[in-house]
Design a protein around this ligand. Structure first.
Ligand SMILES: Nc1ncnc2c1ncn2[C@@H]1O[C@H](COP(=O)(O)OP(=O)(O)O)[C@@H](O)[C@H]1O
Ligand SMILES: N[C@@H](CCOP(=O)(O)O)C(=O)O
Length: 709
C-alpha cells in the first residue's frame, strides 16, 4: 500500500495572480495498491474507487480522470503504456471541486506522484513540478500543493508546439479536463526546471477563513473572462502590492493595514465579478478597523471561495461574509484553515496501511483544537473586563493567579470556596437559543453562597462542557459569566471548555463554576450562631423571579399547560415565557458586604434548592427557629402563576422555590434600622419578614399562608 497525500491550496492571495499560492489544511489522499486481481480487467490496468467530494461527478475511468490521466501521461513519457497490472487507486477527496481551493492542482500533483510511485521513476520534487506544469500551466496551486506552505513561483516559457500536443492532459479545459490522448506516440517530456519556486515565511498567528459558496466556477471559465492585455497602471498596482505582501505575511505581529492594502488586486478579481454575485461588495464589506482581527480578504484562486486572513474573531468574520452572500441568495459553508507546511507526502507499506485503516485525527473524532483556540481569542476581552486588584483576569495560562496582598488581604485571610452549576435552567436557554444570562446565574449561585459566610468573592472559574463546541454560544455564555463576575466584583481567572463528542445532545452543554472568596483575619465567619437569640429580626431581600432552582418543576408546569417558551408569558405581557424564566439570579454580594463590613448582620441564608424550609435552618443554631409572615413580602408574578397553574401546595412551594426571597438575613433588633439603611443605600429593597423564636417541631414556621391562596 502506498499513500499519497496532497493539500489543497489558495492561489493569488489578491495581487499574486498566477504567482503565489498557499497550501492549506485539507488533504486529497490516494491509497494505491498493486497486484490486485479485481483491477487487472480495468482500462489501463487501473481500477479507481472514490469517496468524498465530487463522488457523483468525477469519472472513474483511468483515461477520463484527471489524477490517473496525469499519471498515464507521466508514465508514457517514461515508456510505460499503462499502469502496472492490478493497480487500484482509492481516492479520498475532501477538497471541494471548482471552488478556488486548488482541487485540480492537488489532483495533478497526486497524479504525477502516482506515476512516480507505481513506475518507480524516482523523480525529485523539482522534477515532479516540471510534469505538473505541463498539465496545469499556472504554477501557483501546484507549487504550493507540492512543496507546502506559502510559495511564490514562476514558469519558464514552454515550447508552443509541445504545448499543443494532444497527449498532454489539460487540467483546465471546459467542460472537463481533456487531452491526454493515447496516440501511440511518446508525449512531449517537460524540459528540466521549467518551474522555479521559493517559500515565503508565514506568521504563525495568521489563520485562513475560507467561505465556500454552494456553486462551482471552473477555473477555465474564470480565466476566459480575463482580458488579453492590461493597463500599465493596473499591472504596476499589483506588482507593488505583491512585493510587500509576501514579506508582510511573514511578520509577527502582522501589520493589518499593510496586509489589507497589500491584498488588493486589479488584474483578475474585477473581471471575475460577473461570475460571483456581489463579489465587489463582499470584498469591501470587511476592513481591519470594522472587523477586529481581520488582516485581508480576497478571492481564493479563481473563486468563488473567499479567503479572509485573520488573527482572531474568525467566527464573527465568517458569519458576516456568509450573511453578505445570503443577501445574494447564496448559501455557504466555511472552514478555518491553517497553512499545510508538508506539501506532497508519500508513505509506504505498514505505515500507509495503518494510516489507511486508522487515519484518525482528534478533529475526525469530533474535537476541534482550533475551535477551542478560537474561543479563547473570542472571550479574552470579556474576561479581561473582570480584572480586579490582585487578579489580572488574563486567560491562557495553566492556572488563574490571585495575589491576596494586592487584593487587600495583608494578613493571611480565611478562604471560602464554593462550587455549583446552572442546573436545568440551561434547558430553557437551549430552547430560546439565548445564552446571554445563564452565566450570571452560574456566578450568582456561587458568590451568593460565599457572601452569606461573610466572604468577599475574589476569583471565579467556569466549566463549559459540550459535545460539539458552538463558538458563538460559548462566547455568549462566557460573556454572561463575565457580566456576573463584574456584578460580584470578582475576577474571571480561568475556566475549562470541554468538547466531549457524544456526552451531550446536539448543541446542548452543561455549565458549572467555582468561586473563591476571603474573609479578613479578625473578621467573623458567618453565621454567628452563638450571638443569635430569640427576638432577633429576619430581613428578606427580594428575588428577581425563579432564580436558578426548581426548574425541573417549572418545565413540568409549563409543559402541562401547553405553553411554549416563545409565547407571551401569562404572568407578564411584556415578555415571552422563555425570556421571563431566564431572568438572571440576583447577585447580592455588594449590598450584603456593605452591611457585613459594618458588622450589622449575624447570619444570612441564600434561598436556593430546598427553599425557605431547608435554607433558613442552615444559618440557625439548633435551639432557634424562624417565624415568618408570608404576607410581608411580594411573591413575583411568575412564581404566583407557577404555584397556581401547578396546583402546588404551600409547603411544596416553600421547599422548591424561593417564594420571592433570594436572601434571608438575621439582624439584632438594635441593628435593624442601620442594616436596612445600608441595604437600601446599595439598591436593595429589604423587608422585615419575621423573627427568631425558640425552635419547636418545625425549624421554619410560616404564618399568614392564606396570603398565598
Ligand atoms: N480529486 C479529483 N479527482 C478527479 N478530478 C478532479 C479532482 N479534483 C479536481 N478534479 C478535476 O478538476 C476540476 C476542477 O478544477 P478547477 O476548475 O481548476 O477548480 P479548482 O478551483 O477546484 O481547482 C474538476 O471538475 C475535475 O475535473
Ligand atoms: N491563478 C489561477 C489560480 C486558480 O486557482 P483555482 O484554485 O481556482 O484552480 C487563477 O486565478 O486563475
Amino acid at each position: 500500500m502506498i499513500s499519497i497525500r496532497v493539500p489543497c491550496s489558495s492561489a493569488n492571495i489578491g495581487p499574486g495572480f498566477d504567482v503565489i499560492g498557499l497550501a492549506l489544511s485539507v488533504w486529497l489522499e490516494l491509497q494505491v495498491t498493486i497486484g490486485e486481481k479485481a483491477s487487472t480487467a480495468s482500462k489501463y490496468n487501473c481500477r479507481i474507487t472514490y469517496e468524498g467530494l465530487g463522488k457523483e461527478d468525477v469519472e472513474l475511468v483511468a483515461d477520463r480522470n484527471l489524477i490517473t490521466q496525469t499519471a498515464l501521461y507521466v508514465l508514457r513519457c517514461h515508456g510505460w503504456t499503462a499502469f502496472p497490472e492490478g493497480t487500484h487507486v482509492h481516492v479520498i477527496n475532501p477538497i471541494p471541486l471548482g471552488r478556488g481551493l486548488g482541487s485540480s492542482g492537488a489532483a495533478v500533483v497526486a497524479g504525477v506522484s502516482l506515476a512516480n510511485e507505481v513506475g518507480k521513476l524516482d523523480m525529485s520534487k523539482d522534477r515532479i513540478l516540471d510534469f505538473c506544469l505541463m498539465v496545469e500551466r499556472h504554477p501557483d496551486n501546484v507549487a504550493a500543493a507540492l512543496y507546502g506552505g506559502f510559495v511564490g513561483s514562476y514558469l519558464k516559457e514552454l515550447n508552443p508546439e509541445d504545448m499543443k500536443r494532444r497527449e498532454i492532459p489539460l487540467a483546465e479545459v471546459l467542460p472537463a479536463p481533456q487531452g491526454g490522448e493515447d496516440t501511440g506516440l511518446t508525449p512531449p517530456v517537460p524540459p528540466k526546471d521549467i518551474g522555479k519556486h521559493i517559500r515565503f515565511p508565514w506568521a504563525k498567528e495568521i489563520k485562513c477563513i475560507a467561505i465556500i459558496p454552494d456553486f462551482e466556477v471552473s477555473t477555465a471559465k474564470a480565466r476566459s473572462v480575463l482580458p488579453q492585455t492590461y493597463d500599465k497602471a493596473d499591472v504596476i498596482y499589483n506588482l507593488q502590492r505583491v512585493a510587500l505582501l509576501t514579506t508582510a505575511l511573514g511578520q509577527s505581529p502582522p501589520n493589518a493595514d499593510m496586509i489589507y492594502d497589500g491584498m488588493q488586486d486589479k488584474v483578475h478579481q474585477p473581471y471575475r465579478k460577473g461570475l460571483i454575485p456581489g463579489l465587489t461588495e463582499i470584498l469591501q464589506s470587511v476592513t481591519p478597523s470594522r472587523n477586529p482581527g481581520l488582516l485581508g480578504i480576497c478571492l481564493s484562486g479563481a473563486g468563488p471561495t473567499i479567503l479572509a486572513l485573520a488573527t482572531e474573531n474568525f467566527e464573527q468574520i465568517a458569519h458576516h461574509l456568509i450573511a453578505q452572500f445570503k443577501a445574494e441568495n447564496i448559501t455557504c459553508d466555511w472552514k478555518l484553515l491553517e497553512p499545510a507546511y508538508d506539501g506532497l507526502t508519500v508513505t509506504y507499506g505498514a505505515q500507509a496501511q495503518a494510516s489507511a485503516e486508522s487515519a484518525m485525527t482528534y478533529a475526525d473524532a469530533g474535537v476541534s483544537i482550533e475551535a477551542g483556540n478560537e474561543l479563547v481569542q473570542a472571550i479574552k476581552a470579556a474576561v479581561a473586563s473582570t480584572r480586579r486588584p490582585g487578579a489580572d483576569a488574563e486567560i491562557g495560562g495553566f492556572g488563574g493567579a490571585l495575589d491576596l496582598a494586592a487584593a487587600g488581604y495583608t494578613e493571611p485571610p480565611i478562604l471560602i470556596q464554593a462550587i455549583d452549576g446552572v442546573g436545568t435552567k440551561l434547558k430553557i436557554a437551549f430552547a430560546m437559543d439565548d445564552f446571554s444570562t445563564v452565566g450570571i446565574d452560574l456566578v450568582a449561585m456561587n458568590v451568593n453562597d460565599l457572601v452569606v459566610q461573610g466572604a468577599e468573592p475574589l476569583t471565579f472559574m467556569d466549566y463549559y462542557a459540550c459535545s460539539k463546541l458552538v463558538i458563538q454560544d460559548a462566547v455568549r455564555f462566557v460573556e454572561s459569566v463575565a457580566e456576573g463576575c463584574k456584578q460580584a466584583g470578582c475576577a474571571l481567572v480561568g475556566g475549562e471548555t470541554a468538547e466531549m463528542p457524544g456526552m451531550y445532545q446536539g448543541k446542548e452543554f452543561d455549565a458549572g463554576g467555582a468561586a473563591t472568596g476571603a474573609i479578613k483575619r479578625g473578621q467573623k465567619v458567618l453565621p454567628d450562631k452563638e450571638s443569635m437569640k430569640e427576638g432577633d429580626v429576619l430581613i428578606g431581600l427580594p428575588s428577581s423571579g425563579v432564580h436558578s432552582n426548581g426548574f425541573s418543576l417549572v418545565r413540568r408546569v409549563i409543559e402541562k399547560h401547553g405553553l411554549s417558551f416563545g409565547q407571551t408569558a401569562p404572568w407578564d405581557g411584556s415578555q415571552t415565557v422563555g425570556r421571563s424564566l431566564l431572568t438572571p439570579t440576583r447577585i447580592y454580594v455588594k449590598p450584603l458586604l456593605a452591611a457585613v463590613q459594618k458588622d450589622l448582620l449575624l447570619g444570612m441564608a441564600h434561598i436556593t434548592g430546598g427553599g425557605l424550609e431547608d435554607n433558613i435552618p442552615r444559618m440557625l443554631p439548633k435551639h432557634l427557629g424562624a417565624e415568618l409572615d408570608v404576607s410581608s413580602w411580594e411573591v413575583p408574578g411568575v412564581l404566583k402563576w407557577l404555584k397556581q397553574a401547578g396546583n402546588i401546595s404551600h409547603k411544596e412551594f416553600a421547599r422548591t422555590w424561593n417564594t420571592g426571597l433570594g436572601m434571608v438575613i438575621v439582624v439584632q433588633q438594635r441593628n435593624v434600622d442601620a442594616a436596612i439603611d445600608v441595604l437600601q443605600g446599595a439598591g436593595e429593597k429589604p423587608a422585615r419578614i419575621g423573627r427568631l423564636v425558640k425552635r419547636g417541631e418545625e425549624a421554619v414556621v410560616l404564618h399568614g399562608l392564606a396570603h398565598w391562596d
